[in-house]
Design a protein around this ligand. Structure first.
Ligand SMILES: [Zn+2]
Ligand SMILES: [Zn+2]
Length: 405
């Protein structure tokens, strides 16, 4: 990346430095400016060097925080209140995606092929805003607020697992985290206790028969025809083996085999994803898949290999942490915005923190039909209603005040 393509603009945030005791109102413009700056300078998972430096420098300008760098591209800041008490952690993910941005607004990505297309620029900015406001309200806090700016949410094995191993959850009583959410309109905030996001596991199946001339099929073991049966039979797992009141997805998303019209290939590779919420069901599905693939291939005289790649655990929200969030949402924005979040089969490595302490992950509506802000996450024209950033800042501040105030 040539330097001139990637020049740093100073982020002008007049209100943020001029106000001795900033409120959410006072940091609102700064949060948008930070988000736009991050949007212009996206970095993919495990390479968030400049993003982390920007976060650390911005946090340092608040003056009150103890800042550490548990891994090369993550930042943790601790705000110690004026009295002892519990520890509330808040997490923002900071990584972008390998997508070429097609937006035309005036803060598009300056890094070709890299884009904040999931809203993590917004997550980072709104938590910086919360940190700034809470630094000014330190005297009202009993305990500690721990701000976790996490790298690599988008790429298995994920940054959360690494941070947990580095000890960032030590001493933490509860954790909260948010996703700016395009399926929901701006003005709604979704909280839910229990299952919210699925395990995004994936698999690779190799079916080995024996190849030959397409006109002499009886002298082959046709891996293409067998793969077709395998795909069809795999559909029976969700349809016939999973409790209809439970949820699961088994999707074959890639078929690779064959080179031309008159050759039956000896091998076909299938790949896909499995999504579940329930850990017991999650453990059972790969066993069922192997039984189906084994039976189908054996019936046709072929063999198979089965590779299972366990990804993030499901996001299962704690009741008490979700209750804290509900109170925080109402305190910050009023009763009218709070809705029950709809679970999604998407995955999130926030679940790694939930293995350690009670936690809840919630959705902040960022869709705006009137302004055409409707593209899904990971779309090359993804955008969000920036008013949602202020909602996030306010909810994080309110959660800290509810628990430690
Ligand atoms: Zn994403
Ligand atoms: Zn995301």
């Amino acid at each position: 990346m040539p330097d001139d393509d990637d020049r740093e603009d100073p982020v002008t945030t007049t209100v943020s430095t001029a106000t001795p005791h900033p409120t959410e109102d006072a940091v609102r413009e700064a949060v948008i400016a930070w988000r736009r700056h991050l949007h212009q300078h996206p970095e993919v998972a495990f390479h968030e060097e400049r993003t982390a430096a920007f976060v650390a420098d911005t946090l340092a300008s608040f003056g009150t925080l103890e800042i550490t760098r548990p891994t090369p591209t993550s930042v943790v800041a601790r705000l110690t209140g004026s009295r002892t008490g519990r520890v509330l952690a808040m997490r923002a993910d900071i990584d972008a995606l390998p997508i070429d941005e097609r937006n035309t607004h005036d803060f598009v990505s300056r890094h070709p092929g890299v884009m904040h297309a999931c809203g993590h620029d917004g997550h980072t900015a709104m938590m910086l805003g919360a940190a700034k406001v809470l630094c000014a309200r330190r005297s009202e806090l009993a305990g500690e607020v721990r701000f976790i700016f996490q790298h690599a949410e988008e790429l298995n094995p994920g940054g959360a697992e690494e941070l947990v191993k580095a000890g960032v959850m030590d001493g933490v009583d509860m954790i909260i985290g948010a996703h700016l959410w395009l399926p929901m309109p701006y003005g709604q905030v979704g909280v839910r206790s229990g299952a919210l996001m699925a395990s995004p596991d994936n698999f690779v199946i190799t079916i080995t028969g024996s190849g030959g001339h397409a006109a002499i099929p009886h002298e082959t073991t046709d891996s293409i025809a067998i793969a077709a049966q395998v795909i069809t039979n795999l559909q029976h797992i969700v349809a016939r083996n999973v409790d209809p009141l439970a949820s699961a997805v088994v999707s074959v998303t890639r078929i690779a085999g064959g080179t031309t019209y008159n050759v039956i290939p000896g091998q076909v590779e299938l790949a896909g994803t499995v999504r579940t919420f329930d850990p017991a069901l999650r453990a059972r599905i790969p066993e069922l898949m192997q039984r189906v693939v084994g039976g189908t291939t054996a019936a046709n005289g072929a063999t198979f290999t089965f590779e299972w790649n366990a990804d993030y655990r499901p996001v299962i929200n704690d009741e008490k942490a979700s209750e804290l969030l509900r109170r925080a949402v109402v305190r910050a924005l009023g009763e009218g915005v709070l809705v029950e979040a709809t679970p999604t089969m998407g995955g999130e490595d926030f679940s790694a923190y939930q293995q350690k302490v009670p936690g809840s992950f919630f959705f902040i509506g960022a869709r705006n039909e009137e302004r055409g802000i409707t593209n899904p996450h990971h779309h090359e024209c993804f955008d969000l209603d920036e008013r949602a950033l202020d909602s996030g800042t306010r909810i994080f501040v309110a959660a800290a005040m509810e628990m430690l105030g």
